[in-house]
Design a protein around this ligand. Structure first.
Ligand code: NAD
Length: 272
């Protein structure tokens, strides 16, 4: 297998470390808008090669690739993913929040269908997506995502300021937002990936409800997914550990990308 990793940050580097050891991976390229970072990264891995971040360079390498992994940003999804899918190539997207843009999402989904490339979105920083997917094969009545974080995660949020909410002076656990995922994504872009993944799997951005709780006593990042439907009820809770090199990213998100690639490369899929 030959891969390209776009984005050499916390997730990209962690992924590179693991795929470098995989027998199924013959070689992989790495690129980043910070080219010096990508050039430095490839020195660490036996099978890694640097490529420049230009469209021409990526286009020239695409025909030799089996999978492109986006681990960069929502801008990178908007720029590269339609382009890659237009070539009928497979792409794994970490910055799934980009798909809260209806136009971009429909364009990418249609290109995948039309050109035959596969679009993979790992479960990311939340558990329970497997069961939500299964449940969505019949009627789902409600999907709610309850995320609890410490004040640091909400610091300098412009929408909270407008609402007159000062997270630094909260004395107890407080619901700071309750409403549809589409709105949550606009007001709290840092919570965007998990909300988008859950919405895409279940009831969509307008019917998936998000509750954000600020807990002044913790420095936590937990997600509780509550789904009700014909199947019964799911309550799935994830208590995340942040990445040392990027506290905004949960370690589980990187592990989910690794797990997805191992699954794509392998022949036995369990719990899909
Ligand atoms: N799906 C999930 O649950 C989940 C969880 C955590 C993070 N993420 C997302 O995954 C992405 C990567 O996360 P990370 O923690 O590794 O981020 P990071 O900030 O540590 O690294 C991102 C890297 O991508 C590069 N980059 C950004 N835009 C680029 C572009 N347009 N072209 C090329 N390179 C570009 C940056 O220079 C940086 O080196 C982020 O968008 C993040 O929001 C998703």
């Amino acid at each position: 297998m030959r891969l390209l990793i776009i984005g050499c940050g916390a997730i990209g580097q962690n992924l590179a470390k693991v795929i470098d050891t995989m027998d199924e991976v013959e070689l992989f390229y790495m690129t980043d808008k910070n080219e010096a970072r990508a050039q430095q990264c490839v020195k660490e891995y036996r099978k890694a090669k640097f490529i420049s971040n230009t469209d021409e360079s990526i286009r020239a390498h695409l025909k030799h690739l089996d999978l492109v992994v986006e681990a960069a940003s929502q801008d990178a999804v908007a720029h590269y993913v339609p382009f890659i899918l237009g070539f009928g190539k497979d792409v794994l997207v970490m910055s799934v929040g980009a798909f809260s843009d209806d136009v971009l999402r429909e364009k990418c989904f249609n290109l995948a269908k039309k050109k035959g490339g596969r679009l993979y979105v790992p479960s990311g920083a939340v558990c329970g997506t497997d069961a939500l997917h299964a449940a969505s094969m019949d009627k789902i009545d409600s999907v709610e995502l309850i995320s609890t974080k410490g004040p640091k995660s909400f610091k300098d949020n412009p929408w909270l300021k407008q609402q007159g909410i000062d997270v630094d002076h909260l004395k107890e656990r407080t619901i700071i937002y309750q409403g549809p995922a589409r709105e949550a994504i606009v007001h709290f872009p840092k919570n965007v990936n998990v909300s988008a993944t859950i919405s895409l799997l279940g009831l969509g951005l307008d019917k998936t409800m998000v509750k954000l709780i600020c807990d002044p006593m913790c420095d936590c990042n937990t997600h509780q997914l509550v789904v009700k439907g014909v199947f019964g009820e799911i309550t799935a809770e994830t208590e995340n550990v942040p990445f040392p090199s990027n506290p905004a990213t949960s370690y589980l998100a990187a592990l989910s990308a690794i797990a997805a690639i191992k699954r794509i490369a392998g022949n036995v899929w369990i719990g899909i």
